[in-house]
Design a binder for this molecule. Structure first.
Ligand SMILES: [Zn+2]
Ligand SMILES: [Zn+2]
Length: 390
C-alpha cells in the first residue's frame, strides 16, 4: 500500500465518520422535541396553585415548585451549599438537557396526605412535569427530613435498570451522611453521585479537553436518541474506522533503505529502543510507539501514535506529551460578570511547571440556558426510581 493509498483510505474513513455523526445528529435533533405544554393530571387532593412564592404550608395538597432546581423547604442547606447545588443542576441541564430538581420538606403528612413517599413522589413529579416531555428524562430528589425517608424519582424514559443505579446512589451517596444527621453533606455528595450516574462524569469534570468533551457529547446523544441508533449507525462506523486504523498501522511495510519487509517488535522489545520520556508517554497512554526492524539491513524505524483521547498535553520544555493540567476557579462567573480561573500545568517527565489564568465566560442568560429556563418541560414518571430510609 502506497502513501497515496493510505491517504485515500483516511479520507474515506473521515467521510464515513462525518456522515455517521451527521446522521446521528440529525436524528438527535428530530427526536429531541421541544418542551410541550403539559396539562397537569387531575390531582387527588384538591386544586393546586401554580408556582408558589413561599414555602408551602401544611395541608394544602400537592405543593407547587418555588424554584426549578432547589426547593429546600426544610432548610437543610445553607446559602452557599444551595448555590453550589443549583449551579451543578443548571450545568447538568445546559450540558445534557436533563432537568433535575431537589425537594426537601418535613414530612409527607404536611401536605395533607397519608400516602407513602413513593406514590407521593410520582404524583409530585407528574404535577410539576419534571423533564423533557418527549424524552421523559427528568429526575426528582426528595428528602423528607422527619419521615427519615428519601426518594429519587426518575422519568418514564429511564428503563428499569436505572432503579438499581439510583438505589446505589442513595445507599452510597446520601444515606451515610444522613445517618450522621449531616444533611448538607449528604445532599451535596448524593447530588454529585446522581449526576455522575446520569452523565458518567462528576460536576465540573466534563471539561477534560475538547476531544473528551466531543466524545461525551456523542455518548449523551447516543443515550438520548436511544440505543438503536448506536447499533444502526455508530457501531459499524466506529468499528470500521478502528479496524482501518489498526490495519494501516500494522500492515507490512518495506524498508526504505533496502526494500525488505520490516518486522514489528513486540511491546517489550519496544521499550528497549525508547527513551525515558517515550516510555512515560506509553505508561500514561498519551502516545503509543511501534518499533519496526529490518531483517535485511538492520535499519530501525519508530512510529509514534498520539492518543486521541488523552488528557495530557505536550510539554513546551521537553516536548513529550506528559503535561498534566489542573484548574482552580479564582472567581466564579456570574450572570453579570466574567470569572477567572487558574490552570496549573506540570510535566510528569521533566517536572517543568507553569500556570496561567483564563477568563470564565459569563453565565449565559439566554432561553437555551438552564439559568433562563422558566418552567419544567412537562415530563412524566411511571413510578421508577429508588427510596431509602435512615
Ligand atoms: Zn533494510
Ligand atoms: Zn516536560
Amino acid at each position: 500500500m502506497t502513501r497515496h493509498d493510505a491517504r485515500a483510505a483516511l479520507i474515506i474513513v473521515a467521510l464515513v465518520v462525518v456522515v455517521g455523526l451527521a446522521i446521528g445528529y440529525i436524528v438527535g435533533l428530530l427526536t429531541r422535541g421541544d418542551p410541550v405544554a403539559y396539562k397537569a393530571p387531575e390531582a387527588p387532593h384538591g386544586s393546586f396553585a401554580a408556582p408558589a412564592e413561599s414555602v408551602p404550608q401544611a395541608g394544602q395538597g400537592l405543593p407547587g415548585w418555588t424554584d426549578l432546581y432547589v426547593n429546600d423547604w426544610q432548610d437543610l442547606l445553607d446559602d452557599e451549599a444551595e448555590a453550589r447545588v443549583r449551579r451543578k443542576l443548571i450545568a447538568l441541564y445546559d450540558l445534557s438537557g436533563i432537568e433535575m430538581t431537589l425537594v426537601t420538606f418535613q414530612n409527607v403528612a404536611m401536605f395533607g396526605t397519608h400516602q407513602e413517599l413513593e406514590p407521593f413522589a410520582t404524583a409530585l413529579f407528574n404535577h410539576w412535569g419534571v423533564g423533557n416531555a418527549v424524552r421523559n428524562d427528568g429526575v426528582m430528589i426528595i428528602v423528607a427530613r422527619y419521615d427519615r425517608r428519601m426518594r429519587i424519582e426518575i422519568g418514564a424514559g429511564y428503563d428499569r435498570s436505572w432503579n438499581a443505579r439510583m438505589q446505589r446512589v442513595i445507599d452510597t451517596g446520601f444515606l451515610p451522611s444522613f445517618r450522621a444527621d449531616q444533611y448538607q453533606e449528604g445532599i451535596e455528595r448524593g447530588v454529585d453521585e446522581t449526576i455522575r450516574e446520569l452523565t458518567g462524569a462528576y460536576p465540573g469534570e466534563q471539561g477534560a479537553g475538547p476531544v473528551m468533551r466531543g466524545w461525551s457529547w456523542i455518548w449523551r446523544l447516543v443515550q438520548r436518541v436511544g440505543e438503536w441508533i448506536a447499533v444502526v449507525a455508530l457501531v459499524p462506523v466506529a468499528g470500521f474506522a478502528l479496524w482501518l486504523r489498526r490495519w494501516i498501522r500494522n500492515r507490512p511495510r518495506p524498508c526504505r533503505s533496502c526494500g525488505t519487509l520490516m518486522i514489528r517488535a513486540g511491546e517489550d522489545a519496544d521499550d528497549a529502543h525508547l527513551d525515558g520520556g517515550q516510555r512515560l508517554e506509553e505508561f500514561l497512554q498519551s502516545v503509543d510507539y511501534d518499533v519496526w526492524h529490518c531483517p535485511g539491513c538492520g535499519d530501525m524505524r519508530i512510529n509514534r501514535y498520539s492518543s486521541w483521547f488523552s488528557s495530557y498535553g505536550a510539554c513546551r520544555d521537553c516536548g513529550y506529551k506528559t503535561l498534566e493540567s489542573h484548574s482552580t476557579v479564582l472567581t466564579p462567573a456570574t450572570k453579570t460578570s466574567t470569572g477567572r480561573k487558574r490552570i496549573d500545568y506540570e510535566c510528569r517527565h521533566c517536572g517543568a511547571s507553569h500556570s496561567e489564568t483564563r477568563t470564565i465566560p459569563k453565565i449565559s442568560d439566554s432561553n437555551s440556558s438552564g439559568s433562563g429556563r422558566s418552567s419544567f418541560g412537562g415530563g412524566s414518571s411511571s413510578g421508577g426510581g429508588a427510596s431509602g430510609s435512615w
